[in-house]
Design a protein. Structure first.
Length: 137
């Protein structure tokens, strides 16, 4: 069951430039910046005052999905992250409904334990499910 929208992720060519832009335009600064080698990205989470976050993603691996997204679609919205209680259960339930998944089981990510739904099952939108775990943002 979806609890709330956690963040909207945006792919950028240069994270440092994007962070300056978001601070100048919206007055928001990152709460967390992290390199995630297994996903091929450097990411920043920018909290919104009354809830939710914007996640900025800069590809660091030219073979990563984010790099391929940037190459074909350019900068822009990459995915929407939804908070759930149990990522593995949600992924299993979705698989049983015939939904195509990128992840069959949850894995570690910036938002906690995460799993992605394939956009071909959601009208072209990439959704990430996130289960908050101690230490996740």
């Amino acid at each position: 069951m979806i609890k709330k929208v956690d963040h909207i992720a945006i792919v950028v060519r240069n994270l440092d430039e994007a962070l300056k832009l978001y601070e100048n335009v919206f007055g928001i600064k990152p709460a967390k910046i992290e390199t995630i080698p297994q996903q091929g990205v450097k990411a920043a989470l920018l909290p919104i005052k009354d809830g939710g976050e914007i996640e900025l993603l800069e590809p660091i691996d030219p073979q990563s999905g984010v790099a391929k997204f940037l190459e074909t679609k350019g900068e822009g919205i990459h995915h929407i992250c939804l908070v759930v209680d149990d990522v593995d259960k949600e992924l299993s339930d979705l698989a049983n409904k015939g939904v195509s998944l990128i992840d069959k089981q949850g894995r570690s990510g910036l938002a906690g334990k995460i799993g992605f739904i394939h956009p071909k099952s959601t009208k072209g939108v990439l959704f990430e499910l996130a289960q908050k775990v101690p230490g996740s943002h």
